[in-house]
Design a protein around this ligand. Structure first.
Ligand SMILES: [Zn+2]
Length: 442
């Protein structure tokens, strides 16, 4: 392996930016020379990258993706979707359990880890799914048996679907409580998909419309809010670390904010599609804008941006969920599967806002604020801590896991040029400012 010198880039840190020269050798950051007065230290390497005017981040983390393998390889594989991640500056992903078979047993987790061994570019971690008591017994067995510790080391938490989504993963009654208790005992974060099944079922029954925007009415904001109330109560009762997945409503955000003020171990993530898209986009997207929880009205997006700004939102996670275009274009549109790809576009969309621009072709009535350091917090520091991923942070002597960002590069998003197997994007034709290239993960 050759040595690499990255000269003059700006390392984005929570404590402030630092302009530096980085020497990487044998996959290890050997030297970081901070340029305080603009002077250079003469470092030599086999290969040199001139990073003047560019930003250096640790490889970004996307803590919510669906890689679709095994069982749904027509939508995506670990190989194709990891490639998509890396091309978007993401070098660590946390894969959800609703594959076929679902990741609800030690054997299923072992099989996923085996497939992931062939994917070098991206570090894949796995959530353990729970829909029945037996799954919790499997999880406890894995954490109790020292011979299974290497498997447990790849498990980043438990995913609990409070309502069913793709893969029919609705948790059986009573199992939810048990899951909160077991997660508290094993000190694993419990990631909850918060939508209330009873409210959704009732609304679906009453629905008489067949246009795609009815999806947002059937899965109304109240459904998410009620589920969050339930989840927070359970977390409080058992002392569980609750992580609310893809938070999408103003009230939901307030509930999480209040729980944090009350001192509970509660964190949350927001998905780019809930920040950049709204119910107004159904007209152009059709079923390509169908996901769970659904698109909301713009006032909810505005609230989520406020949550990003004031720190109530801990993580940005794409909920990357590819489906083939054929699957998405069935009629009636309401029967199309829920989920959109997003792992490759998340960082560019955020970089665009950090550059002071808005990527959506339709202007916004409000101007969201985001700094490059916020992107690091949302897409590296917080998910790294919350899910105990132990990724290194651009320090001397640590493994190189680096992303170089060209903050001023303008380009257009086209599904055909992205690397997900599905070949489409809800952000088709959007102009973005900022591109992330992975320098390396060794
Ligand atoms: Zn998901």
């Amino acid at each position: 392996m050759t040595s690499l010198l990255i000269r003059g880039g700006t390392i984005v840190r929570p404590t402030g930016d630092e302009r530096a020269d980085l020497l990487v050798d044998e996959g290890i950051i050997r030297e970081i020379f901070i340029r305080t007065t603009g002077q250079q230290k003469l470092l030599a390497a086999d290969q040199t990258i001139d990073a003047n005017g560019q930003l250096l981040f640790p490889g970004f983390i996307d803590c919510h993706v669906h890689l679709r393998e095994p069982g749904m390889e027509q939508k995506g594989t670990m190989e194709t979707e990891s490639q998509s991640a890396v091309c978007g500056g993401v070098t660590t992903v946390c894969d959800m359990p609703n594959t076929n078979p679902p990741t609800v047993s030690v054997a299923a987790l072992r099989e996923k880890i085996r497939i992931a061994e062939n994917v070098a570019a991206c570090d894949i971690r796995f959530f353990f799914g729970v829909t029945q008591s037996e799954h919790l017994q499997e999880l406890q067995r894995m954490y109790a048996d020292p011979s299974l510790s290497s498997l447990a080391g790849r498990c980043c938490g438990v995913k609990l679907y409070i309502d069913h989504s793709t893969g029919n993963q609705k948790a059986a009654q009573g199992v939810a409580e048990e899951a909160f208790r077991v997660c508290a005992d094993t000190r694993l974060p419990l990631v909850a998909h918060c939508e209330d099944p009873v409210l959704n079922a009732r609304a679906a029954k009453l629905n008489t419309r067949d246009d795609i925007s009815a999806h947002s009415q059937i899965r109304a904001p109240e459904s998410e809010q009620r589920a969050i109330v339930t989840a927070v109560e359970l977390a409080k009762r058992f002392g569980t670390h609750l992580h609310v997945a893809h938070l999408s409503t103003r009230r939901g955000l307030e509930l999480v904010g209040q729980a944090k003020k009350d001192g509970l171990a509660i964190t949350c993530e927001v998905a780019p599609h809930h920040l950049f898209l709204s119910t107004e986009d159904y007209a152009t997207l059709g079923a390509l804008g169908k996901m769970n929880p659904p698109l909301r009205t713009p006032e909810h997006s505005e609230a989520l941006w406020e949550g990003v700004e004031n720190g109530t939102v801990d993580c940005m996670a794409s909920d990357h969920a590819p489906h083939t275009l054929e699957e998405k274009q069935v009629l009636p549109a309401l029967t199309a599967p829920s989920g959109v790809p997003g792992v490759e576009t998340m960082i560019p969309l955020l970089l665009t806002v950090a550059a002071g621009r808005w990527p959506h072709p339709r202007p916004r009535p409000f101007q969201p604020k985001l700094k490059y350091a916020d992107i690091r917090r949302l897409c590296f520091d917080n998910p790294n801590r919350i899910f105990s991923l132990r990724q290194t942070m651009i320090e001397q002597g640590t493994a190189a896991n680096l992303v170089l960002v060209h903050p001023g590069e303008e380009w257009e998003i086209h599904g055909a040029e992205l690397h997900s197997k599905c070949g489409w994007t809800p952000y088709e034709g959007w102009r973005v400012t900022g591109r992330a290239t992975v320098v390396g993960r060794w």
